[in-house]
Design a protein around this ligand. Structure first.
Ligand code: HEC
Length: 182
């Protein structure tokens, strides 16, 4: 997949000659985010929306394996993120939220909590910071994930596991967290 190829190249650039070529961590994170976001939007538009809503061929369903359905866009992204994590490059990304349906998507570090609070309070802005986890210093970026369609709002508000039931169109529902070692 495009995302992974890019990320591997990015990780190689980081561990190898990131400093020599002068890639700023923020530009690096922004570029990685652009790829993740482009893949997510393409899957949502050209696979889920086309096959489910327009051509009515197959549905997207959280229980996609049991129901012979397409994975939800958020699940698709998590599958990619899990494969990247398996490569133990130190680089990782995730779609997180203070109001996560899936408990695995809750923030785990102080900086993640701070970043998610920041992007909710400052619509349209990203959050950048550094954090030390174990012995390693990381650059961590948080990008807003906005309710761009009524389907985002209704599915989350009605979901039995959703801790928040009053999302509105245009609100920030969570964020994409990208982290890599400095
Ligand atoms: C049909 C239901 C459905 C739709 C539509 C939907 N989501 Fe979700 N969303 C989920 C489920 C279920 C998860 C948990 C997936 C997982 O297992 O990681 C999730 C995960 C998320 C997460 C990670 C935090 C969490 O709640 O676990 C964010 C942020 C999110 N969705 C935002 C959105 C946005 C923004 C849209 C619209 C562009 C959207 N969702 C559309 C059901 C949906």
């Amino acid at each position: 997949m495009r995302t992974r190829a890019f990320i591997l190249a990015a990780a190689a650039a980081l561990s190898g000659c990131g400093e020599k070529t002068g890639i700023e961590p923020q530009r690096m994170a922004d570029a990685i985010f652009a790829v993740i976001e482009a893949d997510r939007a393409s899957y949502t538009t050209n696979v889920v929306n086309r096959l489910q809503n327009e051509e009515k061929v197959i549905k997207a369903d959280e229980h996609w394996q049991d129901n012979q359905a397409l994975p939800l866009p958020a699940q698709m992204m998590r599958m990619g993120a899990e494969r990247v994590a398996e490569q133990e490059s130190g680089f990782n990304y995730a779609l997180l939220s203070q109001w996560a349906i899936n408990k695995q998507n809750k923030p785990r570090t102080d900086l993640e909590r701070q970043g998610l609070a920041y992007i909710v309070e400052n619509p349209g802005q990203n959050f950048y910071g550094t954090e030390k986890l174990g012995d390693t210093e990381y650059f961590t970026a948080v990008y807003p994930d906005v309710a761009v369609s009524p389907a985002c709002v209704s599915c989350h508000n009605e979901h039995v596991d959703s801790p928040r039931k009053d999302f509105e169109l245009g609100q920030t529902m969570g964020g994409v967290v990208i982290r890599f070692p400095l």
